[in-house]
Write a protein that binds this ligand. Structure first.
Ligand SMILES: [Zn+2]
Length: 338
């Protein structure tokens, strides 16, 4: 996509206005936030302001967000005994938040029809780090009953399923148990998330999963060579399989040098859009999981600026609607239980 830096004759308010307008008529999804961990640590609720500054009910409404994937990430210092307890505490907070009037749980394809139109915000429960399964498929079955619909197979270190990206020397792929988890997730209708996994693990899952996985919060390694980002080869293979990539606002994954800005974020979108088509892109901000945010994007209420930026760079309304929500919802329609 062209980026001539021109903003035309429109004033700033009008341009932001166009972004906000798009948010009013489209489904807006953020496919990765760590808000449940923040709520657990602070004892606050979604209605009480944003304890870590990034996500709360008011910011979500202001940003026109319709669907939020809330990951249950557990600090590695709780491993192994404390992990499941923390996950259960976060699942409890999730269900307390889903009161039906402000928030509802997205569990099935039919729930997707309730998204948008100014109604309650859909929350999708996710686990970030397969160590929460404690090496037992029964736990996966129970988590599914508890409403978990997405699992990030590993965080950055090793667990029973595979190695994370920080296991530099081993770079192990899927274990036998990891293969079983992928098979069972395919049966249950749970979305497989490959952000954080080792490269070998990534390729193993691409080969054995019957449905397309996603990367919920990763950027382009070509523009920022952080190990957490995806190589062009990985991104193309994921797209060819039908998966989607959630581009993230985490500053170290945006720019190795120089400031992390909205424009840099848009450069990552441009890169992948040119390589594999914007049809395979979405947004996974990692709000509440990151300490610093890009300049000018301090919290989730600012998402319309991304939309406005995409429109300014010449993407069509339909393409932008895909990136800000429809592409992820399309994948959910193919994978969630009826
Ligand atoms: Zn993460």
């Amino acid at each position: 996509m062209a980026d001539d830096g021109q903003t035309g004759n429109m004033g700033r308010a009008e341009r932001v206005g166009h972004g906000a307008e798009m948010h009013a008529k489209s489904i807006v999804a953020d496919v990765h936030v760590d808000t449940l961990d923040v709520l657990l640590r602070t004892g606050k609720t979604m209605s009480e302001g944003a304890p870590a500054g990034h996500v709360c009910k008011a910011f979500l409404k202001e940003g026109g967000v319709d669907l939020l994937v809330t990951a249950m990430w557990t600090d590695q210092r709780f491993r192994p005994e404390g992990t499941m307890h923390r996950v259960m505490q976060m699942a409890d907070l999730f269900w307390q938040t889903c009161d039906g009037s402000d928030f509802f749980a997205v569990l099935s394809r039919s729930d997707l029809d309730r998204l948008g139109g100014g109604g309650p915000i859909g929350l999708m429960l996710a686990i970030e780090g397969g160590e929460a399964l404690c090496g037992d498929l029964a736990m996966l079955r129970l988590y599914h009953r508890l409403g978990v619909r997405l699992l990030t197979l590993t965080w950055s270190n090793r667990n029973e399923l595979a190695d994370g990206i920080w296991e530099k020397s081993a770079q192990g792929g899927l274990t036998d148990f990891g293969h079983k988890v992928v098979d069972f997730m395919n049966q249950l209708g749970m979305v497989i998330d490959l952000s954080h996994i080792s490269e070998r693990g990534f390729w193993d899952v691409l080969e054995c999963s019957k449905v397309p996985p996603i990367c919920s919060h990763s950027n382009a390694k070509r523009l920022c060579p952080n190990p957490r980002n995806l190589s062009d080869e990985q991104a193309v293979a994921l797209a060819e399989k039908g998966g989607v990539i959630g581009l993230t606002l985490c500053p170290p994954f945006l720019a190795q040098e120089g400031p992390a800005t909205l424009e840099v974020f848009l450069n990552h979108i441009d890169h992948f859009a040119g390589l594999l088509g914007a049809h395979h892109l979405c947004i996974g901000s990692d709000f509440d999981g990151i300490t610093a945010t890009p300049e000018g994007l301090p919290n989730i209420s600012y998402l319309p600026l991304i939309t406005e930026g995409l429109l300014r760079r010449g993407y069509s309304d339909e393409t932008v609607a895909g990136i800000i929500g429809d592409n992820f919802v399309r994948l959910l329609r193919q994978q969630l239980p009826a």
